[in-house]
Design a protein around this ligand. Sequence first.
Ligand code: PMP
Length: 282
Amino acid sequence: MSEIYWNGEYKKKHEVGIPPDDRGFLFGDGVYEVVRIYRGRCFEMSAHEHRLLQSASGIGINIGYFKGMLEVAENLLRRNILPNGDGILYYQITRGTAPRKHFFPGEGVLPNHYAYVQPLPVTDFKERPGASVVTLPDRRWLECHIKSIALLGSVLAAQQAKEQGAVEAVLHRDSVVTEGSHTNVFAVVEGVLKTHPANQLVLNGITRRIVLELAQQEGLLYEETSLSLSELKSASEVFLTGTTVEIWPVTQLDGKPVGNGQTGPITQGLQSLFDRNADRLT
Ligand code: PMP
């Protein structure tokens, strides 16, 4: 049954031959998005589409023929079964297929669009175990606001974290905490909720933005500011945010408990406020 989207067509995955000269394959020359689907509806779709277009223009990809992510998602949802309608949409655009040369191929080369949906069950946040993370140097490029498919720095960090028995790497540059390998990072330091400013060193996460909106609504003290590694290590609460993990409490950092090793009250409050409500679904 399962079908994917490839350049305007819906096909069985095994029927699609990705061209070996696709620049995504050769150079990691492309951009992508991951959108959460709750009960068959897309969460914050317009924000994801906006970020996809920004990422593409950030590296000079002319996206060409584009139906819009929502239409593709709806067609994929008709062709695939997601238990309870819960899952994700992956949408990728590469600069297209051309003989291998570093500089951009000519105008005539069209981008390659690839998308699929895949199941992802929704879990009750109260039943999810806290995350154990390790801190590692941030070895990625300096344009992390672009959601590029070239993810080697993140892949290496995630693998190193896994080898150390952790579920995520929290990255730092010059002792300033940037973000996780695939999440944004928040910490509560002396009662103030802190996260890295949304500049070129981090992805401006959509979940991050929602958390900041919730913090404002609730009158919490919060700052988008540099968070040092030592502040992180002494924080009373730390949590990760992302489309797939939502708000994920960190209970162990570099092998030591965060606070009392349980989800803290600010994190818990934000988790219960995090809504998948109709306003955010299309
Ligand atoms: N930072 C990085 C490096 C990521 O890959 C992700 C996942 N997209 C995030 C942060 C979280 O972003 P979002 O909340 O938009 O999923």
